[in-house]
Design a protein around this ligand. Structure first.
Ligand code: RNT
Ligand code: ZN
Length: 414
C-alpha cells in the first residue's frame, strides 16, 4: 500500500473522505498579491512606500521593473499549487507613452492589458484589483478620500471610479468577477480635533465613487484598519465605519488579519459577517505584535480561519486573498510559502470531522471536542497534502527551485 492509500484508510476509519477533501481544496481559489515581488513599489513612478505601511529588509533580487516582476510572478506561480487568481494594484499600470502625461485619475484598461496576458499565461482564473491611494504626490497631508481639500478628494474619487471601470474589463476578459478592494491610509498621528467630519467626507466620497459600478463584473470591498505607522491616533476607515458602510450599501467587507487589536482574531469575525452578507473578503497576512505583514505560515489562527471557511461549506462566500510583504527573505520563497500555507490550512480544515464536532457542541460535550481536536493534529494529513501536490505534478521539495532562482536570477540583479 502506498503512503497516501494508508493515510486515506486512516481517515476513512474516522469517517473522513480524503478524496472529497482534495476535490474541495482544488476548487478554492487563492488570490495572490502581485506586490510581494517588488516591495509594493509598482510601475507608475514612485520609488518609496508610504501611507502607514512599510516593507522592511533588503534581501537582494527584488523586481526592479515590470519585466522582472512578470518573470518572478510566472516562476512563483509554477510552484504554487491549486487554483489561483492574481491581485493587482493600480500603481502597476503600464503607462508607456502616457507616462508623465496622465495621472491615476485617468488610468484605463489599456494600461493593464499585459496583466490579462500574464494572468492567462500563468493559468490564473481571475484578476482582482485595487485602487492605489498611497505613495503618490496627490495624497495631501497623508489624506485621500477624506481630505478637506476638495480638489484632492475629487482626484481620488476619480481614481476609484477609473479603477472600478478597469476592474469590470478585467472581469469580462477573464470571465470572472473582479474584487475591487478599497483601502485608504487616511488618519492622524495625534489626537484629532474632529473625528466626524473626515468620516462624513469618506462616506460621501465612497458614495460618489461607487455610483454606477458594474454589478455583474465587479465586487467592491472596503478594508478597515486599526492604525498605520505615523498615524497611530486615528484611522478614518476603521472597522465600525466600514462594517456599517458595507451593510448599508450592500457591498463586501474585507478583513485583513493584521488590522485589528493584537488579541482580536479574524477567525471569529467571518461568521458574524456571513450572518449578514452574501460574501466576505479576506487579506490573509501574519501580524507579529502589530500589522507587520509577515509571510503567512501554518499557525493556529490560519487553521482556525480555514475551519471557518469550510466547516459550514461557505468556501464560495469567502474570498481569500493574501496580503504581506517581507523584504528580508527571498521574495519568491515568501510568495510560495504563503500560498502553500493557506492551502495547507484549508486541507487541514477539510479533514476535520465537522459534523460530529458540531453535534458535540450542541450536546455541550466539549471534552470530546477537545479530545478529537487534539487527535486530529497528529493524523497523517501530510500524506494527503503530498497526494494533492503530486496530482498537480508538484511536491513539497521546492527549495531547489529557489536555489536555482537565486543563482540564475538574483545573482544578476545587483
Ligand atoms: C494596508 C492594507 C492594504 C495594503 C495593500 C497593498 O495596511 O493591508 O491592503 O497592504 O493594498
Ligand atoms: Zn490588506
Amino acid at each position: 500500500m502506498n503512503y497516501y492509500q494508508y493515510c486515506k484508510e486512516i481517515y476513512a476509519q474516522k469517517g473522513i473522505d480524503t478524496e472529497e477533501a482534495i476535490a474541495r481544496l482544488q476548487s478554492i481559489p487563492v488570490s495572490v498579491h502581485c506586490w510581494q515581488g517588488d516591495d509594493v513599489i509598482g510601475f507608475d513612478g514612485t520609488d518609496s512606500l508610504d501611507g502607514g505601511i512599510q516593507t522592511t529588509g533588503n534581501y537582494p533580487g527584488k523586481a526592479r521593473n515590470a519585466e522582472e516582476l512578470f518573470c518572478d510572478i510566472a516562476r512563483a506561480f509554477s510552484i504554487m499549487p491549486g487554483k489561483k487568481r492574481i491581485n493587482v494594484h493600480a500603481c502597476y499600470a503600464f503607462l508607456g507613452d502616457d507616462k508623465g502625461k496622465i495621472d491615476r485619475d485617468a488610468y484605463e484598461f489599456r494600461h493593464f492589458l499585459p496583466w490579462v496576458e500574464l494572468a492567462k499565461q500563468i493559468g490564473a482564473e481571475g484578476i482582482d484589483f485595487n485602487p492605489t491611494f498611497f505613495a503618490h504626490p496627490k495624497m495631501k497631508d497623508g489624506l485621500s478620500l477624506s481630505s478637506p481639500d476638495e480638489e484632492t478628494r475629487k482626484f481620488w474619487i476619480a481614481h476609484g471610479k477609473a479603477c472600478l471601470k478597469i476592474a469590470a474589463e478585467f472581469g469580462k476578459a477573464m470571465n470572472s468577477p473582479s474584487l475591487v478592494n478599497i483601502w485608504i491610509p487616511d488618519g492622524y498621528k495625534d489626537i484629532p480635533a474632529d473625528r466626524l467630519s473626515p468620516r462624513l467626507r469618506l462616506k460621501a466620497s465612497l458614495d460618489e465613487m461607487l455610483e454606477g459600478y458594474d454589478r455583474e463584473w465587479v465586487i467592491p470591498a472596503v478594508e478597515s484598519k486599526v492604525f498605520g505607522i505615523g498615524l497611530e491616533s486615528y484611522t478614518v476607515g476603521n472597522n465600525e465605519f466600514y462594517q456599517n458602510y458595507a451593510s448599508q450599501k450592500g457591498i463586501c467587507c474585507l478583513l485583513d488579519t493584521g488590522h485589528y487589536h493584537p488579541t482580536e482574531v479574524v477567525s471569529d469575525k467571518i461568521s458574524s459577517l456571513l450572518a449578514f452578507h452574501q460574501k466576505v473578503a479576506l487579506h490573509v497576512s501574519r501580524p507579529v505584535r502589530w500589522d507587520s505583514d509577515h509571510v503567512v505560515i501554518l499557525d493556529d489562527e490560519l487553521r482556525e480561519i480555514a475551519k471557518e471557511i469550510v466547516r459550514n461549506r461557505t468556501e464560495d462566500r469567502v474570498i481569500i486573498g493574501l496580503d504581506y510583504f517581507d523584504a528580508s527573505i527571498n521574495r519568491l520563497a515568501a510568495w510560495v510559502t504563503g500560498v502553500r500555507s493557506m492551502q495547507k490550512a484549508l486541507l487541514y480544515a477539510l479533514l476535520q470531522p465537522h459534523d460530529e464536532l458540531m453535534r458535540l457542541q450542541d450536546e455541550n460535550d466539549f471534552t470530546k471536542i477537545m479530545y478529537l481536536n487534539e487527535q486530529s493534529k497528529v493524523l497523517p494529513w501530510g500524506g494527503v497534502w503530498e497526494e494533492y501536490l503530486s496530482r498537480q505534478g508538484m511536491s513539497d521539495d521546492w527549495y531547489g527551485d529557489i536555489q536555482t532562482f537565486e543563482k540564475d536570477v538574483i545573482a544578476n540583479r545587483k
